[in-house]
Design a protein around this ligand. Structure first.
Ligand SMILES: [Zn+2]
Length: 432
């Protein structure tokens, strides 16, 4: 059995610290030891307590000037939009037509899909993201490309083929039947293969016919352990369009609910313009939300009400939503989340922010029995942070007196330079 111990400062969440920043929900070890055996967490504790009892054969990786945290979980991102990140000037519906759809057309070419998937997977690891829920494009080969890149790196990744059969360029359309058949074949090929899982992925209700949504719902019922991944209530014009397209619906959520797509393992990105009835249905049926702050600000979509989601009891993670979002880095994403909430009189203390990006995201994806913190038996996906890599961060952090203050400054100032190394199941997958 291969055992390695990592000596560093260690921080993780044991539960949701909430907006009051409950200390009992987190654990911080200033001089800690994280023991990894065969890719899983064997134990953790203070180095002085654990070192005397360790076998002499165990490798000890000395990272005493660094901070180890669980790998970040990105609950919503589009890998085919990597190349259109930071495209100027439009709100959602025009942005899709002007930038996203032309970029996605190129993914009919498996060589192009593979090149972008390789870059994207490396970029996730470079930013400390070890688990992601990813949109591909309408092309099945785009799903093969991202799964192949993830498998090669042993990443825990969930992805799916986009379903869209109307209101988008003809060349990007499938049909209710072909979308169902292609998704089914991809589930059989990839779901449960290593660390990979499949997500049934209607783009959003605007671009799917009722026949297609019904077919997606049938597939979701046939495969209850497969995910459902889509967008919900992002932009006001989009919400108005939904009301016209589905005149029978009570709300945008009601459209998905009608077709049995609101369930456990359903992840809805954005959820900006919901009412309490929607939130109650999502909580009761076990659906989750991906809060995508950089995208919501960049596309001028609106401000996510985290408190309302929290009060309703809806599991919530954080999503970069690249290319609508402006960074794959979770420090950048969390710093915008803080500001989005601050504008609404809500708070996001450092512990709660780290929870969103680690254990909270894992729980929202029903993966908190596998990843998200350093409980014994979980998969050893973690990030080694180096706060000295940027001069302003180094200077500010040298002034901090406790871990909450340190983590908060790191969220506000940090970016990919703060990631010194990323480990997947105890093996180094990236280092500076
Ligand atoms: Zn999105």
């Amino acid at each position: 059995m291969a055992t390695t111990a990592f000596r560093a400062s260690i921080f993780h969440c044991l539960a949701d610290p909430g907006p009051s920043s409950n200390d009992a929900a987190v654990q911080y070890l200033d001089d800690g030891l994280l023991v990894v055996q065969d890719g899983c967490i064997e134990g953790m504790g203070n180095a002085v307590d654990l070192l005397p009892g360790l076998s002499k054969n165990i490798d000890i990786v000395d990272l005493r000037d660094k901070l180890i945290v669980p790998g970040f979980v990105d609950c919503h991102v589009h890998y085919p939009q990597t190349d259109i990140i930071a495209s100027y000037g439009e709100q959602l519906l025009d942005w899709l037509n002007k930038y996203a759809y032309p970029a996605e057309q190129q993914f009919s070419d498996p060589v192009h899909a593979s090149a972008v998937a390789e870059f994207f997977a490396d970029e996730l690891l470079r930013n400390g993201t070890t688990t992601a829920l990813v949109f591909a494009t309408v092309h099945p080969q785009s799903v093969d490309a991202i799964f192949e890149s993830a498998k090669k790196r042993n990443m825990r990744l969930i992805a799916g083929k986009v379903l869209m059969d109307r209101n988008c360029p003809e060349i990007l359309r499938d049909t209710a039947e072909s979308g169902y058949d292609d998704s089914l074949a991809l589930i059989e090929k990839w779901h449960g293969s290593g660390r990979l899982s499949y997500a049934i992925t209607p783009r959003f209700a605007v671009t799917s016919s009722e026949e297609q949504l019904a077919a997606a719902g049938r597939l979701a019922a046939e495969y209850p352990d497969v995910y459902v991944h889509t967008h919900l209530s992002e932009n006001r014009q989009e919400v108005e369009l939904i009301a016209r397209q589905f005149p029978w619906s009570r709300s945008y959520l009601d459209v998905y609910d009608r077709f049995n797509l609101v369930r456990e393992r359903s992840m809805f990105a954005h959820c900006l313009h919901l009412d309490d009835q929607d939130r109650g249905i999502m909580a009761k049926q076990g659906a989750a939300i991906a809060f995508c702050p950089t995208s919501n600000l960049f596309l001028g979509s609106g401000l996510f009400d985290l408190q309302a989601a929290h009060d309703a009891g809806i599991k919530t993670g954080i999503g970069s939503d690249v290319g609508g979002g402006t960074s794959l880095n979770q420090f950048r994403t969390l710093s915008e989340a803080y500001k989005v909430l601050h504008l609404q009189g809500q708070s996001l203390p450092a512990y709660a922010a780290f929870y969103l990006a680690t254990l909270g995201g894992a729980a929202a994806l029903h993966l908190d029995d596998r990843v998200g913190n350093f409980e014994r038996g979980k998969e050893a996906d973690f990030v080694v942070l180096d706060s000295s890599a940027a001069s302003i961060t180094r200077r500010r952090l040298s002034m901090t007196t406790d871990i909450a203050e340190k983590l908060f400054a790191l969220i506000m100032l940090g970016d990919d330079r703060a990631v010194s190394a990323t480990y997947l199941q105890g093996k180094q997958a990236y280092s500076v």
